[in-house]
Design a protein around this ligand. Structure first.
Ligand code: XIL
Length: 365
């Protein structure tokens, strides 16, 4: 049977009808900046056929947009709350937990048979301000209570937790300065142990950016040493998240990324690409050419994951170019002059060349 003639899941179809088209049908689409792009099949089916997860980060308020919800449920089988599980959002005041927005996303995921990647328990950013005033035992207790409460609340409903996010210094020299570092270098071990006790089934991840390049890259090597030390010490760590926020101005080759994935998998960890986006602002040429390059970059990254069995999933950091964090001028600057159009769907939720690059990679093309 041709992929295009596959029957859609009933749930998708009902949802899609609300949004005026049934995704089970093959729908020819055009991007504003590209030639006709072919037919659209659910990305999650292509990913499942390759035994991988395909995810998207999402803010709970986006779910008010039915068409966006339809796209998410149709194409993704993994969901990461973009901000709703961060400390600032979940424990704004000591011991006062606000988990409703996270609950909403988890409920959506369950309704659509999606895995949830919990993001994130311990991070120096988007931290509630009161935490930065703590030290010593008070900080240790606050960290453990926070982890216990969140991991416990969503116990059994979170497939993977990013337990600690971005703990490494940018230059690869040890851990970055963070309020948590005052607990000593082993604060990560304590965090992972607390998370494991609260939700023994969840896969626990260390997650960071610019660790994709592999051997010889200081931060990548620092990540390797860090998780190896933790594994050797018997800390319950199961995976490493490579954020994969592509910066086309300096970016490793797909082969470097693949080899890097391999060395982490050899430690007995799974690898996921947890926050992929491919900003095009600094790519050369007219927009149509930039989008073509973006397609190739995204394709090759997915192919790198497929090249190693222990690479189990890829999550895009958002759904549509309209809602990407890189659409905000503050963050866009990180990647040079925009606009960046960094995701697989355009502002009108039409699949872009990048979408088809990812689909092709899953199909082994
Ligand atoms: C970003 C969100 O997308 C923004 O909405 C928020 O303003 C800032 O954080 N690395 C991470 C993510 O681990 O949590 C960040 O998310 C992007 C970089």
């Amino acid at each position: 049977m041709k992929p295009g003639s596959r029957l859609p899941r009933v749930g998708y179809c009902l949802l899609a009808m609300l949004a005026s088209s049934c995704i089970g049908r093959s729908v020819p689409v055009e991007s504003p900046a590209a030639a006709p792009l072919g037919e659209v099949h659910p990305l999650r089916e292509a990913a499942a056929a390759a035994h991988r997860h395909i995810g998207a980060a999402l803010m709970s308020r986006y779910l008010n947009d039915v068409s966006l919800g339809t796209v998410v449920a149709t194409h993704f089988d993994s969901l990461t709350p973009e901000n709703e599980m961060k400390w600032q959002a979940t424990e704004p005041r000591p011991g006062e937990f606000t988990l409703v927005a996270g609950d909403k996303l988890v409920a959506f995921a369950q309704e659509h048979d999606m895995r949830v990647r919990g993001h994130t328990l311990v991070w120096h950013q988007q931290l509630a301000p009161w935490v930065t005033g703590l030290t010593g035992e008070a900080l240790r207790e606050a960290m453990k209570r926070h982890i216990r409460r969140l991991a416990g609340h969503w116990r059994g409903r979170i497939g993977q937790w990013d337990v600690v996010n971005e703990a490494l210094a940018d230059d690869g020299h040890g851990l970055r300065d963070s309020p948590f570092l005052s607990l000593g270098e082993n604060y990560l071990d304590e965090a992972f142990r607390a998370a494991h006790a609260a939700d023994p089934e969840a896969q626990l991840f260390y997650n960071d950016y610019e660790i994709e390049a592999g051997k010889g890259n200081p931060k990548s090597d620092a990540a390797y040493r860090l998780v190896k030390r933790m594994k050797d010490a018997g800390v319950p760590i199961h995976g490493i998240g490579m954020q994969m926020h592509v910066d086309p101005r300096h970016w490793p080759s797909a082969e470097q990324i693949r080899r890097n994935v391999e060395r982490f998998v050899a430690l007995g960890l799974v690898v996921e690409f947890t926050e992929m986006d491919v900003p095009v602002g600094q790519l050369r040429g007219p927009l149509v050419e930039k989008l073509r390059q973006q397609r190739t970059i995204a394709h090759d990254i997915v192919a790198a994951c497929l090249g190693v069995e222990g690479c189990t999933g890829i999550t895009l950091w958002g759904v549509s170019d309209r809602n990407s964090w890189l659409a905000s001028p503050v963050w866009a600057r990180l990647r040079g002059q925009g606009p960046h159009f960094p995701l697989a769907f355009d502002a009108e939720l039409r699949p872009k060349p990048m979408f088809f690059g990812i689909a092709d990679a899953f199909a082994g093309r």
